[in-house]
Design a protein around this ligand. Sequence first.
Ligand code: DC
Length: 241
Amino acid sequence: MKTAPLHTPPSKGIIIALDGPAGSGKSTTARRVAEALGYIYIDTGAMYRAITLAALREERSLTNSDLAPIVQEYRLELTVSPDGQRTILGREDVTNEIRSPEVTKMVSAVSALPSVREAMTKRQREMGQNGGVVMDGRDIGTVVFPEAELKVFLIASLEERAKRRLAELAGTDSSKPDDERMTLEEMCHQIGERDKQDTERLVSPLRKAFDAIEIDTSQLSIDEQTERILILARERIDKNS
Ligand code: DC
């Protein structure tokens, strides 16, 4: 399948920063908003996941000094393809593997390390510097692009986020019998732990930028979330042109 480098400069446009906790609907909404505007969608969580996968494969201890070389050595690339963003580590397409439970379990610890954050932030700034991007993550509006023209912070109740994640897993993991799937309580616990790690870390913690617009997605459909953001984005685009 033909892919194009994600950091090919798109036609000039604004930067849209979409932050929020796991399961708040960021990635689906960000992808839809990008499609509607003809912008590039960048899932920054995939970058932290790819570094986590590399660290697990090399059986490194998850410390700042142990992971600093990995970040430097591995070529990490995000590409666009007809079925969405692909994540390439070295020469390997790891798009599916970075969603494994092992990676999900460790990614918050890896993404708290200063050496990892520094390198990823630098890459993300390079990718978005020409505008025309929708970037989703935890610190895009606060650290990566504090000057983004539009910042949105998505939230949703823990239970709602856990239900969405379970529905997603049921869709992708039909090989598992029902009794091997996580319960709602287990998923609430797992997401709650990630929230805690992501918001309490010292470097670039998950928090709403003072000038971000907060949208509670608990009662909203993906179409409604997308529409709300598109209205805000078009206002900013008009103002910018
Ligand atoms: O969006 P996600 O669940 O794929 O993100 C995986 C992890 O990566 C998340 O637990 C926190 C981290 N992350 C981050 O620290 N900063 C970002 N900009 C994006 C993700």
